[in-house]
Design a protein around this ligand. Sequence first.
Ligand SMILES: [Cu+2]
Length: 162
Amino acid sequence: MNIASSRLALMFAAVALSTATFAGEADFTVTDATVRAVPPGTPTSLAFMTIRNDGAADRKLVKADSPVAKTVELHNHINDNGVMRMRQVKEIEIKAKGQAELKTGSYHVMLIDLKQTLKEGDSVPITLIFDDGSRKKIDVPVKKAQAMMPMGGEMDHSKMKH
Ligand SMILES: [Cu+2]
């Protein structure tokens, strides 16, 4: 083996090793993912999606990350004496072979301190991080609120405090 090919072999070994030690792609399927389009200057937006746990163990979504926002939190909506409020949650449980629905009036991924305008047609990368350390990166299309709001009861998140 000459020097060039042995160096190549070493490189392949290093790549194989780093792949093996990486926590790995999570065993989840994400469908119906959308990020809400917001007018320029709006500090926050939300992401909705359905996350199906294809694995054999119950899992929890514990964190989400996105380069478009300074802070990304997991939120839920609660009905506080008729007033819908959001609050941060530590985790969203997803039973084995079950699914979690992140939807209007319920769980959502909150994008706080947006670094850019989110307009319809854009795509937002979001990384979901689970309690076993596994990750799933998705590219989520930005859509206007009306498209995914068939029922009334829309609320203006832009005016909500965090
Ligand atoms: Cu929220």
